[in-house]
Design a protein around this ligand. Structure first.
Ligand SMILES: [Zn+2]
Length: 193
C-alpha cells in the first residue's frame, strides 16, 4: 500500500436499505424499497407524514410513519417545505433510522452499496492515522473495511491489534460496525521504509 500519514474516509451510502415486512397484496413477507417520496395528509390543520415504500414484487405501498396527527403550527416550516419538496437528505435521514424501522418491519437490509471518499493529509505523527466519517449508521464491520484499506487479511489485522500495533479510538471491538469519527492508529514502523 502507499504510505500517507493521515487518511480520512467518508463512508457514503449509495442506496437506501430495503425493509422486509408483510405485504398485504402478496400475502407474505416481501422486500420493500423506498420510493424517496413523502406522503402528507392534512386534515383540519392536523398533519400526518409518511415515507412511501413499495413492494418489490407487486409495487404495493407501505407507509413509514414520520409524524402522526401533529398540528401544522407545531411543525418547523423549513421541515414542512422539505416534506413537500421530497427533500432527498430528509428522506434519507428517516430511512436510516433503523431502531424505528425495526419496530415496524421484520428486518432491515443494511447490507447496502457504499462509496469511500478518501482524503490524504500530512501529519507530524510517526504513525499512520485513519479516520472514518459516517453520517449514516449502517452495518459495516470495522475489520472488513480496514482489511480492505490496508490490503491485509482480517487475521493479520487481529494480530496487529493483539501486538499493540493497531489501536482504535474509541476502543471498540473490530467486529463492531463503523461509527462516525472512529480513529485507527497503525504503528508507523510497519508502513515506513
Ligand atoms: Zn407485494
Amino acid at each position: 500500500m502507499s504510505v500517507y500519514d493521515l487518511l480520512t474516509y467518508e463512508i457514503i451510502p449509495q442506496e437506501i436499505p430495503n425493509v422486509i415486512r408483510n405485504c398485504s397484496k402478496c400475502k407474505r413477507d416481501t422486500e420493500f424499497y423506498c420510493s424517496e417520496k413523502f406522503r402528507i395528509n392534512s386534515n383540519q390543520k392536523m398533519v400526518d407524514v409518511w415515507v412511501i415504500y413499495n413492494c418489490t414484487h407487486c409495487e404495493g405501498t407501505w407507509n413509514l410513519p414520520i409524524l402522526s396527527r401533529v398540528h401544522v403550527n407545531k411543525i418547523n416550516s423549513e421541515l414542512y417545505y422539505k416534506f413537500m419538496d421530497n427533500d432527498k437528505e430528509t428522506i434519507w435521514h428517516y430511512a436510516f433510522q433503523f431502531t424505528h424501522l425495526r419496530k415496524l418491519c421484520n428486518e432491515v437490509n443494511t447490507n447496502i452499496r457504499f462509496e469511500l471518499k478518501e482524503e490524504r493529509l500530512e501529519s507530524k505523527s510517526h504513525n499512520l492515522i485513519i479516520r472514518f466519517y459516517s453520517k449514516y449508521d449502517f452495518d459495516l464491520r470495522i475489520d472488513k473495511l480496514l482489511a480492505e484499506i490496508l490490503g491485509i487479511s482480517r487475521s493479520n489485522l487481529k494480530k496487529l491489534e493483539i501486538d499493540g500495533m493497531l489501536m482504535l479510538n474509541p476502543n471498540i471491538n473490530m467486529k463492531k460496525k463503523i461509527i462516525d469519527n472512529l480513529q485507527v492508529t497503525v504503528a508507523g514502523s510497519l508502513y515506513k521504509s
